[in-house]
Design a protein around this ligand. Structure first.
Ligand code: ZN
Length: 199
């Protein structure tokens, strides 16, 4: 038993000595961790994208991404020849988006046959999708219609349209990109009658 006590005492002294040696360098580890000051960088490009929904490009960028006729109409306020565009006699169900930025501008339910040779609508999809501006070019006073997101020239609006608005949005086909509406699935078409609405 005594031998064991002596061994235990020796081990204890040895451990204390070892820990004592380690305490010396340990005193020098009180320096603050510099990594705590690190902050994540924030991309200025992401902030700008989140702050505005507008699409802004230089004229050289627009010229690169648009076909020549699209550029002439959208960016240089040109007009396509009547009865030549892709959509003046187009009757599919769907929506018409801006060829410049993709924003939805008109839907097929508001399209009507005006006989003028350009696609005509009596209302935009939502009022905020378009902007208007007085146009005094060619000796006339007209109201120009532009895409509210990219500022692209779309056409003009006149007061000789059908009800319910009495307006005719006369739009260049080349300024539009049509997206057909997907066919309704059978499940979506079997809408049950609401008992509360029945007589
Ligand atoms: Zn646009």
């Amino acid at each position: 038993m005594r031998t064991l006590d002596k061994l235990a005492g020796l081990v204890c002294v040895w451990l204390t000595a070892c820990s004592g040696q380690q305490n010396i360098p340990a005193n020098s580890t009180r320096v603050a961790d510099p990594r705590k000051e690190t902050t994540l960088p924030i991309s200025p490009m992401l902030e700008r994208t989140a702050a505005t929904n507008k699409v802004e490009k230089s004229e050289s960028e627009w010229r690169r991404v648009l076909a020549p006729e699209q550029y002439r109409v959208l960016r240089q306020k040109g007009t396509e020849k009547p009865f030549t565009g892709q959509y003046w006699r187009h009757h599919e169900q769907g929506r018409y988006c801006c060829a410049g930025c993709g924003q939805e501008l008109f839907v097929s339910e508001t399209k009507f046959d005006s006989g003028c040779g350009w696609p005509s609508f009596f209302a935009p999809s939502v009022r905020s999708a378009i902007a208007t501006r007085e146009d005094r070019s060619y000796g006339m006073i007209r109201t120009e219609v532009l895409c509210s997101r990219c500022g692209g020239h779309l056409g003009h609006v006149f007061n000789d349209g059908p009800p319910p608005t009495g307006l005719r949005y006369c739009i260049n086909s080349v300024a539009l990109r049509f997206e057909p509406r997907p066919a309704a699935s059978p499940a979506a078409g079997t809408k049950k009658t609401d008992p509360a609405q029945s007589p």
